[in-house]
Design a protein around this ligand. Structure first.
Ligand SMILES: C[S@@+](CC[C@H](N)C(=O)[O-])C[C@H]1O[C@@H](n2cnc3c(N)ncnc32)[C@H](O)[C@@H]1O
Length: 185
């Protein structure tokens, strides 16, 4: 993943769930890390984990749409796909952070089409709203006011690869990361 240098930076982890990425940013030298999420069953465990890790990571219940503060860097891992209004969310992040590293599931079948595209309700259970192809992911970042610095190729989610035929065949369990800065610099 294209992590920038985080030493001394004010960092934000959006949709942190268990706090894994917040701790990763602290490990990478961030001066301050705020982990946020909407109310979730993971919250208690996340707080306990952050305390037991004796980290300085702060935890706050807050939706991406209502972010406040000022950060040098934000990370958003597998959250965009869960949102009903991804462009509004990306604009909300842009208001508070200079840089964003986005990691999100991508649609492999849609990669066959050379246009920016998204698949709606990809899991057909309401658990995901939009799943983009890599060009779509880049496009939605730009529409959200971000200037893309780097985009990875297809990343395989190793944890899931043995689950079912969809993950084994690569129809699911594929992601892409995009590093971007505020379009106005
Ligand atoms: C698939 S999990 C990913 C968790 C974690 N970021 C990771 O990479 O392991 C999606 C997370 O997005 C959070 N989420 C959903 N809607 C959100 C919103 N409106 N604002 C912030 N987080 C949200 C969920 O609560 C959940 O923790």
């Amino acid at each position: 993943m294209p992590w920038p240098d985080l030493v001394g930076k004010r960092c934000l982890d959006i949709g942190t769930a268990d706090g894994f990425w917040a701790l990763e940013m602290e490990r990478r030298g961030a001066a301050d890390v705020l982990a946020t999420d909407v109310p979730t069953p993971f919250a208690q465990a996340a707080r306990a984990r952050l305390e037991s890790a004796r980290s300085g990571v702060r935890y706050e219940e807050r939706s991406v749409y209502d972010l406040e503060g000022e950060f040098d860097f934000a990370f958003m891992g597998w959250v965009l796909q869960m949102l009903d209004d991804p462009i509004r969310a990306l604009k909300a992040v842009r208001r508070v952070s200079q840089q964003l590293l986005l990691l999100d599931t991508i649609s492999l079948p849609l990669m066959l089409v050379p246009s920016p595209l998204a698949r709606l309700d990809a899991r057909r259970d309401g658990g995901e709203w939009f799943v983009f192809n890599p060009r779509g992911l880049r496009k939605v970042m730009e529409l959200g006011g971000w200037s893309v610095e780097e985009q990875t190729g297809v990343l395989r989610e190793r944890y899931f690869h043995r689950l079912d035929w969809k993950h084994r065949s690569g129809v699911r369990g594929r992601s892409c990361a995009v590093l971007a800065s505020r379009a106005d610099g």
